[in-house]
Design a binder for this molecule. Sequence first.
Ligand code: A3P
Ligand code: MG
Length: 334
Amino acid sequence: MPESVALAAAVQAGRWAAAACRAVRSAADPSALDKSDKSPVTVADFAAQALVCRALAEAFPNDPVVGEEDAAALRSGEQAKFASQVLDAVNLAGRQFDLPAATLDDVLGWIDRGGAEGGGRFWTVDPIDGTKGFLRGGQYAVAIALIENGVPTVGVLACPNLPRNGGDDAGDTGALFAARRGDGATVRSLGTNSTPTAIFTSPQADPAAARVCESVESGHTAHGAAAEIAARLGVSAEPLRLDSQAKYAEVARGGAEIYLRLPTRPGYVERIWDHAAGVAVIEEAGGRVTDVDGRPLDFTHGRGLERNRGVIATNGPLHDAVLEAAAAVLAPRP
Ligand SMILES: Nc1ncnc2c1ncn2[C@@H]1O[C@H](COP(=O)(O)O)[C@@H](OP(=O)(O)O)[C@H]1O
Ligand SMILES: [Mg+2]
């Protein structure tokens, strides 16, 4: 079946952005600016958002995009050098795909396209999910999702550092996961014209045999509570720690059964771009996603998952058992 225009646009966007991220990483150790919330942002974050918005604008000029970054910092005179590095990264990646050279105004305009608030149909983009993983040479993902009436209907995760075949087969690094509601989920290499292969979650129904994945960063998920949940389930394997939505991808392709993202402090609101693409991919592969209280993720409240706390994603068969264990370990919802 030919891929839908929306999925094809998201795949292309993911490839362009992944090429920019790789170009920045191979050029030098990427430097980071600190955002107002103290999370790092690099040349590659801006270049990747520009390229994703450029690809989406070509296919869907009228669709709003809710992106993680905005171009304000790049417009300040103090950041002229940083801005010119972003332009170079966009054009370096663009040359790989025979794109016409862009100007700095083009790039700032594309990044600004990501400033929408949402609506009935919109895209959400995390140009580099797992920026800390990117900085330390670990996992990161370009995450792109189409949300229609609160449902992620298309999701793409481009993971430049994830082995495509999983497990120990690290020979072919770089994997792009894609899903469209109703059509299943696939993995392919990051190369142009690579063939997608269908992926499915693991059929494992014995909680004790499950593999759990979680963030590397202890500030992003409660590692202690996760260990307690795993112990209740009888899990013996050590947790698999990965940055970014590569965790959703691992569960979607059967490399793990459970992804726990447990609140570290009350009041943190998860960002929609940290989850929407992962939800589309994992659900189409046969998995389930809720918050820690078993509620579906609610993508109808702008940039945050205001009505949810934490996230639990599983292969499907284990979901109820994990929710039960989480309810026993976590304090009740305030
Ligand atoms: N206190 C917190 N709890 C949960 N997630 C947080 C957090 N503070 C930041 N994050 C989010 O965690 C994301 C990375 O998740 P992970 O740990 O799975 O790699 C960050 O995305 P970015 O890397 O795009 O900034 C950021 O949005
Ligand atoms: Mg993110």
